[in-house]
Write a protein that binds this ligand. Structure first.
Ligand SMILES: *[C@@H]1O[C@H](CO)[C@@H](O)[C@H](O)[C@H]1NC(C)=O
Ligand SMILES: *[C@@H]1O[C@H](CO)[C@@H](O)[C@H](O)[C@H]1NC(C)=O
Ligand SMILES: *[C@@H]1O[C@H](CO)[C@@H](O)[C@H](O)[C@H]1NC(C)=O
Ligand SMILES: *[C@@H]1O[C@H](CO)[C@@H](O)[C@H](O)[C@H]1NC(C)=O
Ligand SMILES: *[C@@H]1O[C@H](CO)[C@@H](O)[C@H](O)[C@H]1NC(C)=O
Ligand SMILES: *[C@@H]1O[C@H](CO)[C@@H](O)[C@H](O)[C@H]1NC(C)=O
Ligand SMILES: *[C@@H]1O[C@H](CO)[C@@H](O)[C@H](O)[C@H]1NC(C)=O
Ligand SMILES: *[C@@H]1O[C@H](CO)[C@@H](O)[C@H](O)[C@H]1NC(C)=O
Ligand SMILES: *[C@@H]1O[C@H](CO)[C@@H](O)[C@H](O)[C@H]1NC(C)=O
Ligand SMILES: *[C@@H]1O[C@H](CO)[C@@H](O)[C@H](O)[C@H]1NC(C)=O
Ligand SMILES: *[C@@H]1O[C@H](CO)[C@@H](O)[C@H](O)[C@H]1NC(C)=O
Ligand SMILES: *[C@@H]1O[C@H](CO)[C@@H](O)[C@H](O)[C@H]1NC(C)=O
Ligand SMILES: [Cu+2]
Length: 788
């Protein structure tokens, strides 16, 4: 498409409104028009400007290790003298030792606080995951290499202290990530088995055959989810076949292959059986007998052309009236009102200051959030995006995703200006290390201030002896700054938003779009979702997105106050006729110990993280309330074998723990294949420690119970698959923090000498802007290898 240019003129829009100023709304508009000419209107383009530069007060200590450090660490671990016996991952098989990835060891809070108090910068360490299939007892082991930069004092040691499962950073081979080499090792068995029954699959599924993923005749694709082990002593794949193509997630066929792939010797792998039509066949002989008896004829056939599953315009759906016009867009008309330090990934906005960091496993995190100079949060970060499915078939039943297992951060991709984020947003890259190179995903974080489309505050005081029927009207504009990234993890596009509001509140939101992981359609599986296409069913599942909020309300030592609304029977002497009557009141208490807990029924409790020793002008402890938003849920199932002991973090709405340097994460990235013997067990965090007047961490879940529907085709919609939470000041200040905002109007009817009333508008020196907005068709960035 050719670039298109649109010029938008506020003045023209206002001038076009007809009528004389009779009612006060019209008077407002007339005045708005007049204000254009009497203020300091900007004539600059409203889009072209870049954010002004801020200077971060200190180094971003949460930043990843640099490309140079990554290369040096790569060389360090590959030094033959170290004896790790590493193979190039590009050429490795599962029986070799090789680097899985190099990332950054989370910096200890203790060291950060010491640094901020004038101490030395925290030491930097690389986190190196080695897959050691070449060892006698094959495994995956994490190491920490540092301090960096690599020098003669650099050492390598097991990175065990992050994990409480008993084996530290070690994961047995059978539970380690099922990467390319492991997948390749199972391919001969799959190809051999499926080739042998090619006549059956061809007859049942419109000629579909599987002779191996690389074979030219193959026109089925094989997929299996996680877990692929229960406790690391066994390994298996529950494989679902699909018609290949861009929308294969929506074109599954009713055929499953179950294999055992325990250990590193692929000659020992074996067939566990086949499933189709909800029947299990342990051997090919049994399958063939049923086939020959005509029992496997399929009731529904998958579509061969999957155009229906693409997110393009559907010509056959017609067109809506006026939909050929460009849709409304949020633009920063007055110029950018935030400052950034791109080097330090530091942002200043309307009293807020904070840092960003990025990791290949968890994406973006927020650090050291201050509001008007006082600390609110030490860290706000994604921990895990979990999804668990259900169905009377092996693939859905055997699917629990932990998306950090797929290095969720590396899936944060380029955002389309004007569509994914407003025109004029600030775009930042994300980078991560891949072997000895560093990959950059361009424009994968966007930062923008946007209209809330509702005022932050307003009041029209009635009465007043004027023709206008009111004494005064005050309205404050509503705006917020959002930091956004979208990670496309296989089928799903998770949108992560962190929004900073003018009143000091902070909102966390997550949305999901993208393809359902669907099932072949079974007419009698109505308990697991509806039919959504010819041969496709939407599979019921839960998404639970786990976050960490390390509050430091004006200092590290905080408490979690619970104000429960209770009903009390009271008597009041001035109402003798009532005798005893019910009233509601607050029962205020503090969480004493570490605990996992749920939102109170009917949301009849307020949770506030506060500092008992820091009070506002009214002697109230300063705090932030945890305000439930939309869809704050936990996992529906507590005792599933697929998520039994490795997912405690998604089994309550909320949790509070004492902060510890060795408990930075609720989950581990290889936990998904260890549901019965977790590497990291969040439940172990709750060992009776105090959370009263100490450094505490709140963990919370957002998510969706995904009741699938026809409207999930072609993709799930962000409008509905949406969850949020808000942290709002609770006596943190002496009053609402809108009094210092100039973006407001104060309107008072004033009696002139002739006895008429005119509306006097106060604009506090912020007149309406005039600007020409020139849009250009957005361009998509690319991934580049930075070989510095
Ligand atoms: C090094 O690893 C290879 C597999 O990659 C293995 O065959 C070899 O025995 C190992 N060498 C030593 C000394 O462990
Ligand atoms: C798959 O390929 C076979 C030939 O190998 C062909 O006969 C059949 O029509 C194809 N099926 C589909 C679904 O494309
Ligand atoms: C993002 O990466 C591209 C490609 O390396 C580079 O040209 C651009 O300047 C980077 N953007 C920022 C904001 O650093
Ligand atoms: C990265 O590693 C590969 C394989 O070990 C090597 O061939 C290449 O030269 C290395 N590149 C850099 C930039 O170090
Ligand atoms: C659906 O019907 C089939 C055939 O009667 C049966 O084998 C299967 O168990 C049924 N599934 C469910 C979930 O009821
Ligand atoms: C608050 O003050 C008390 C008494 O002075 C002290 O024991 C406690 O450690 C203080 N707590 C914090 C969070 O400063
Ligand atoms: C209040 O007293 C009434 C009458 O005794 C009783 O029915 C009711 O349950 C009481 N309510 C509460 C909250 O105790
Ligand atoms: C008030 O809360 C405390 C702590 O949760 C609880 O033990 C007590 O029973 C509650 N009292 C009422 C009247 O609900
Ligand atoms: C962080 O703290 C833990 C627990 O005290 C300690 O074992 C570890 O060595 C520290 N890590 C770094 C990088 O200093
Ligand atoms: C925080 O509380 C701990 C006890 O839980 C105390 O040792 C420490 O000194 C306190 N820190 C501050 C900054 O008040
Ligand atoms: C109200 O009108 C009077 C008379 O025109 C004028 O002197 C005064 O400044 C006006 N007040 C305001 C608040 O504009
Ligand atoms: C216009 O800007 C100047 C300089 O910034 C300022 O002194 C003046 O008050 C402004 N006028 C209005 C009407 O805002
Ligand atoms: Cu979903």
């Amino acid at each position: 498409m050719r670039p298109s240019f649109v010029t938008l003129s506020i003045a023209a829009a206002v001038a076009a409104l007809p009528g004389t100023p009779l009612g006060y709304e019209r008077a407002l508009l007339k005045r708005a028009l007049e204000q254009r000419t009497d203020g300091n209107s900007s004539t600059a383009s409203c889009l072209g400007d870049v954010a002004e530069t801020a200077t971060a007060p200190y180094t971003n200590v949460w930043a990843q290790i640099s490309a140079e450090d990554n290369r040096a660490v790569w060389d360090f671990v590959h030094d033959p003298a170290l004896g790790l016996n590493l193979t190039d991952p590009e050429e490795a098989t599962q029986t070799d030792n090789y680097v899985y990835f190099i990332d950054t060891v989370p910096v200890n809070k203790t060291d950060v606080l010491a640094y901020k108090a004038g101490g030395p910068p925290p030491p930097k360490y690389a986190r190196v995951i080695l897959f050691q299939g070449g060892k006698a007892d094959p495994d995956s082991q994490e190491y920490m290499v540092g301090p960096l930069p690599v020098s003669t004092t650099t050492t390598i040691q097991p990175l065990d202290y992050l994990y409480n499962g008993g084996q530290g950073g070690r994961v047995p081979f059978n539970a380690r990530v099922f990467d390319g080499p492991r997948s390749a090792a199972t391919e001969p068995l799959i190809a051999e088995t499926m080739s042998s029954i090619a006549d059956i699959t061809a007859a049942l599924f419109q000629g579909s055959v599987y002779y191996g993923s690389e074979d030219e005749r193959t026109n089925l694709s094989a997929t299996s989810g996680t877990p692929q082990s229960f406790d690391g002593t066994q390994s298996f794949r529950s494989i679902l076949f699909r018609l290949p193509g861009v929308a294969s997630y929506l074109t599954p066929i009713d055929f499953y292959l179950l294999i055992d792939c325990t250990g590193t010797d692929s000659s020992l792998y074996f067939l566990k059986g086949f499933v189709t039509k909800e029947r299990f066949f342990e051997t090919e002989v049994e399958l063939r007998a049923a086939f020959d008896a005509g029992e496997l004829v399929q009731d529904y056939q998958q579509t061969l052309d999957a155009d229906w599953a693409l997110v393009n315009h559907k010509d056959d759906m017609g067109q809506r009236d006026l939909e050929d016009r460009f849709a409304p867009s949020s633009i920063e008309l007055g110029g950018k009102r935030y400052k950034v330090d791109p080097e330090a990934q530091y942002i200043e906005y309307m009293g807020f200051t904070f840092y960003l960091s990025f990791s290949r496993t968890t994406g973006i995190s927020i650090h050291d959030v201050k509001y008007k100079g006082d600390t609110v949060l030490f860290e706000l970060s994604l921990q895990e995006a979990l999804a668990q499915y259900g169905g009377n078939q092996p693939k859905a039943a055997n699917t629990v995703y932990h998306d950090t297992y797929y290095s969720l951060g590396t899936d944060m991709g380029t955002l389309l200006e004007g569509y994914d984020c407003p025109f004029g947003s600030t775009f930042w890259n994300v980078s991560y290390h891949e072997a000895n190179t560093t990959v950059t995903n361009t424009d994968s974080i966007c930062i923008f201030e946007h209209d809330m489309n509702f005022p932050l505050a307003r009041h029209r005081t009635g009465g007043g002896s004027s023709d206008y029927g009111f004494a005064n009207l005050g309205v404050v504009k509503g705006a917020a700054l959002t930091v956004r990234a979208i990670a496309t993890i296989g089928n799903y596009d998770y949108m992560f938003d962190y929004s900073f509001h003018l009143d000091g509140s902070i909102e966390v939101a997550v949305r999901a779009s993208g393809y359902l992981q669907s099932s072949p359609y079974y007419a009698n599986q109505t308990s697991w979702g509806p039919r959504i296409h010819d041969a496709t069913m939407g599979s019921l599942h839960d998404h639970i997105i786990n976050y960490k909020a390390d509050f430091d309300i004006v200092g590290v030592n905080n408490s979690l106050q619970v104000s429960e609304l209770v009903v009390a029977n009271v008597t009041q002497p001035w109402f003798p006729e009532l005798g005893t009557f019910e009233q509601m009141k607050m029962n205020v208490s503090y969480k004493a110990e570490e605990e996992q807990f749920d939102w109170a029924p009917n949301n009849q409790a307020m949770y506030v993280v506060l500092n008992k020793n820091e009070t506002n002008k009214w002697d109230q402890p300063r705090g932030y309330r945890i305000v439930p938003g939309r869809s704050d849920i936990h996992l529906s199932i507590a005792n599933s074998p697929w998520s039994r002991d490795n997912a405690a973090f998604v089994k309550s709405h909320l949790a509070v723990t004492q902060q510890h340097d060795n408990e930075p994460f609720s989950n581990s990235i290889q936990n998904v294949n260890l549901p019965w013997a977790p590497q990291q067990d969040f439940a172990e965090f709750f060992d009776g420690e105090s959370v009263d007047d100490t450094d505490l961490v709140v963990w919370f879940n957002l998510g969706m119970h995904h009741f699938t529907r026809a409207e999930d085709v072609p993709v799930t919609l962000y409008s509905e698959a949406y969850a949020s939470i808000v942290f709002a000041p609770q006596n943190f200040n002496d009053q609402a923090q809108d009094g210092d905002l100039l973006n407001r109007r104060w309107i008072v009817p004033n009696k002139t000498a002739t006895g008429e009333y005119v509306l006097e508008f106060e604009n506090y020196g912020v007149p309406l802007p005039t600007c020409a907005v020139q849009f250009s068709e957005p361009v998509l960035g690319i991934e580049v290898d930075v070989t510095t």
